[in-house]
Design a protein around this ligand. Structure first.
Ligand SMILES: Nc1nc2c(c(=O)[nH]1)N[C@H]1C(S)=C(S)[C@@H](COP(=O)(O)O)O[C@H]1N2
Ligand SMILES: [Mo]
Length: 202
């Protein structure tokens, strides 16, 4: 376990933070799309994903609302592995859930071996309210970057704000630098995106 970042409080509960209600995902029609600035665009079915190598990591998570959980076991497909198959030509990601219109931008510099498309938590299938059956897991950044009910990984040449980043959260969200809320860059983004929302975003 790493050290607790400045300004965080450790909890043993697992709060649910959702900007929407919890969607019901039918795995028989589920597709994970990897697209955008990539050499190989992919659409993986649930069956195809389940055949991929899975890894388990013991990792801490840090929410921008100041709770941290230490040492949970997360299991899923390495995001680095999935990206290596798509061959990115850009260095920023947008992690999307079209089910609820949520998105979060993540610089690829922050994608390490602990980042994954996650299915299991402490040995159990992820609960729906925590993003089950499938969520992004990006423990290198504040937890809002870990899109629940993930079905799209867009690779981008330029960084763009996601759902919370348009609403004043930090463009990067590095908890070691306490990058919580808006900064100069967010202000510019807010102006640029004011009134213009992605079609698949609420
Ligand atoms: N689709 C979706 N993903 C999301 C959110 C959300 O509202 N919708 N909230 C984010 C925030 S702010 C946090 S802190 C974590 C919370 O995950 P949890 O509810 O499993 O604790 O999910 C992130 N991913
Ligand atoms: Mo959060």
């Amino acid at each position: 376990m790493g050290k607790v970042p400045h300004g965080q409080i450790v909890t043993k509960t697992f709060p649910v933070l959702s900007a929407s209600s919890t969607p019901d995902i039918d795995i028989s029609s589920y597709k994970l799309r990897i697209y955008g600035e990539v050499e190989n665009e992919f659409e993986f079915s649930w069956e195809e994903l389940m055949k991929m190598p899975m890894s388990k990591k013991i990792v801490d998570i840090h929410c921008v609302t100041r709770w941290s959980r230490l040492g949970d076991e997360w299991e899923g497909i390495s995001l680095k592995y999935l990206l290596s198959r798509a061959k990115p030509k850009g260095s920023f990601l947008m992690l999307r859930s079209s089910y609820v219109g949520y998105s979060a931008n993540v610089p690829m510099d922050y994608v390490n071996d602990e980042c994954m498309v996650a299915f299991r938590f402490n040995g159990q299938p992820l609960e729906n309210e925590h993003g089950g059956p499938v969520r992004a897991f990006i423990p290198t950044l504040y937890f809002w970057k870990s899109t629940k009910w993930l079905d799209g990984i867009e690779v981008m040449k330029e960084d763009k704000p996601g759902f919370w980043e348009k609403r004043g959260y930090n463009m990067r969200g590095d908890y070691n630098k306490e990058e919580r809320y808006w900064n100069g860059l967010n202000f510019v983004n807010k102006l640029a995106f004011f009134g213009s929302r992605d079609k698949n975003e609420k």
